[in-house]
Ligand binder design. Structure first.
Ligand SMILES: Cc1cc2nc3c(=O)[nH]c(=O)nc-3n(C[C@H](O)[C@H](O)[C@H](O)COP(=O)(O)OP(=O)(O)OC[C@H]3O[C@@H](n4cnc5c(N)ncnc54)[C@H](O)[C@@H]3O)c2cc1C
Length: 566
């Protein structure tokens, strides 16, 4: 939606643009992965709100700038109903031995946090501060220069100083674990400094079976320490973890209102099945008829690996023509030559109890030994199924969101709604399913995640939650459960491999090596979203939209002004 608003708001008499947004889902799901849903449970007054995807609002100013930019400074995010609050502390980390630490305090870390770090290793907190200083310099330089692709010279001296300090201890192009090993002695400190690598689809550990220790593909280069600074640095102006009051549905609703304010026409329940140079073919409102909608430019927000395989290009055309007299069909397939981030199994639990010992954001980490820690990243490192037999002590990491800690509107009084995200393998592509009707293909992909497997993950999660005494026996408090697997994300949003976080961000898919937003076979077809540049996560998607809006408008002004955005 942000790209639609940005293009429409750039419309002038000299370059008039009529923007139409075509969305396959219903209006209640407008906003894609960024949104929330409600669960009603008989006997409980009020709704339990759950997030479809995002729960961490980072880079707050990127969200806020969208609203001021698109209204020429006349309105703010608050005018569109978006109210953002900071989560302090940002995280609670729970280790597999039951030890807990809170991280990410604005201005000054707590005495408990400092004492805990010093108990993990000698001078633990001093080392943490030193590491955060390097990560903060990486953030200040990396964000404008490598993510926004905007030259910012003043940020380079601090970046170079931190990169070279101590003979290059924190050299940003090394595997992340090389830098962590050089700075920290304890597995716990290393785990605290690197769990954010998951958000970019990478693991922190050097992989000697791969070129350059894996940094081209699955291992995070140390520069991704900038993610730790982004969330946890006490004074960096860009840092902090925030939450939208009303959940991410409030973000989507604010985007929708902005689109309406800018004159975007929104058409939901409208599936695009094919994109051509002069427009798109759609299937609308539950009918089986296809209609061509003309356009001077098309911006594809659907996930790039899906779109290149199923909507544009020769593969899309030939598979469609093979299968229907019209040459058109709603199918689901993706280009699996890319490197993908991990899949996720999500549990959305409505609970008849308050989980007071959970923070808004909680990360459960395995860090008993280096072997355990590396094993806990198996889903990302090898894209294989972790043995989740609860009888064993399985090493795995997961995230738990408890919205009501910062926003009491998330659940009825005295109850809680929590979301648990467990990294898992991606969907395995089956080329033969690409010729089926989409719904048929999706139901086959759903079989890749059996109930037995989901049951194993649930048991393993409940066992680990039980390391917090007040959460022992939580299973008996679950009064409703919604489970998402990678197949759910493909079903709802057409994402390749079912991955929630798009293409991974190894050096082979980072910045200029990531798929470009301009489709190389057409001068007026563009991509925007998590799997193109700059990358995954709502703020990066917003930055990507900002970067290409101007190119789309100039492509249209050379034609005569109509844009479709899917
Ligand atoms: C479980 C989970 C947790 C996450 N956590 C965070 C977080 O904490 N913070 C954060 O910033 N990000 C997070 N993310 C990532 C974030 O949600 C995504 O990076 C971002 O929302 C992607 O936006 P997008 O516009 O690229 O794609 P989408 O949101 O998927 O939008 C694409 C839209 O295109 C529609 N579409 C697809 N195909 C068609 C078609 N053929 N015709 C018409 N419409 C079509 C889809 O229905 C969808 O609405 C999370 C994601 C998930 C799933």
């Amino acid at each position: 939606m942000s790209i639609a608003a940005r293009i429409a708001s750039s419309s002038t008499a000299a370059s008039p643009c009529k923007v139409t947004l075509l969305e396959k889902n219903s209006r209640a799901m407008l906003g894609g992965r960024c949104g929330s849903f409600d669960v009603s449970v008989p006997g409980h007054d009020g709704a339990f709100r759950h997030e479809r995807g995002p729960s961490l609002l980072l880079l707050r100013s990127v969200y806020e700038d969208l609203f001021t930019d698109c209204t020429n400074g006349a309105k703010t995010a608050a005018d569109f109903g978006l109210d953002i609050v900071q989560c302090a502390p940002a995280y609670q980390v729970v280790f597999d031995d039951g030890d807990r630490i809170e991280l990410g305090f604005p201005e000054k870390d707590s005495e408990e946090c400092i004492a805990k770090m010093n108990s993990y290793e000698e001078d633990g907190y001093a080392k943490w501060n030193e590491y955060m200083a390097a990560c903060s310099a990486f953030l200040d330089c990396g964000l404008p220069n490598f993510i926004e692709e905007r030259l910012d010279l003043p940020s380079f001296p601090a970046f170079i100083y931190e990169a070279l300090r101590g003979g290059g201890v924190a050299w940003p192009l090394k595997p992340h674990s090389d830098v962590l090993d050089a700075i920290f002695a304890s597995e716990k400190m290393k785990a605290l400094a690197s769990f954010q690598d998951l958000y970019v689809g990478l693991e922190p550990y050097r992989n000697d079976d791969q070129l350059f220790g894996g940094i081209l593909k699955k291992t995070a280069p140390a520069v991704f320490g900038l993610l730790a600074a982004l969330e946890l640095h006490p004074t960096n102006k860009k840092a902090g973890v925030f939450a939208p009051i009303g959940g991410f549905r409030a973000v989507a609703t604010a985007f929708e209102r902005l689109c309406e304010d800018c004159g975007v026409e929104i058409r939901c329940d409208t599936t695009v099945v094919k994109v051509e140079d002069d427009g798109v073919h759609i299937k609308a409102g539950g009918t089986s008829d296809f209609i061509k909608v003309a356009a001077d430019a098309v911006v594809i927000n659907a996930d790039l690996p899906y779109a290149t395989e199923s909507l544009v290009g020769s593969t899309a055309t030939s598979s469609a023509e093979d299968n229907a007299a019209t040459g058109l069909k709603d199918t689901f397939d993706w280009d699996d030559r890319f490197d993908f981030s991990s899949g996720v199994v999500a549990f959305h639990w409505s609970l008849d109890v308050l989980c007071k010992d959970l923070n808004t954001h909680n990360v459960f980490l395995s860090a008993s030994s280096q072997n355990d820690t590396i094993q806990s990243w198996t889903a990302v490192r090898e894209n294989i199924r972790t043995n989740m037999d609860a009888a064993d002590d399985v090493s795995f990491n997961f995230y738990v969101h408890r919205a009501s800690k910062t926003d009491t509107t998330a659940a009825p009084a005295g109850s809680d709604s929590i979301m648990v995200l467990v990294p898992c393998e991606t969907l395995e592509r089956k080329k033969e399913l690409s010729s089926l009707e989409r719904d048929e293909a999706i139901s086959k992909y759903r079989e890749q995640f059996s109930d037995d497997y989901v049951d194993q993950i649930r048991s393993a999660v409940l066992k680990r939650l039980g390391t917090i005494p007040s959460l022992q026996g939580l299973a008996s408090n679950i009064i409703d459960e919604v489970v998402d697997t990678p197949a759910t994300y493909s079903d709802y949003y057409n994402v390749g491999g079912g991955v929630p976080f798009g293409l991974s961000h190894g050096f082979a898919q980072l910045s200029l090596t990531r798929p470009a937003p301009r489709y190389r076979r057409s001068k007026n077809t563009f991509f925007v979203g998590a799997s193109t540049r700059p990358g995954n996560g709502v703020p990066l998607v917003l930055l990507g939209a900002k970067a290409i809006a101007g190119q789309v408008v100039s492509a249209v002004s050379q034609e005569d002004g109509e844009i479709q955005k899917i």
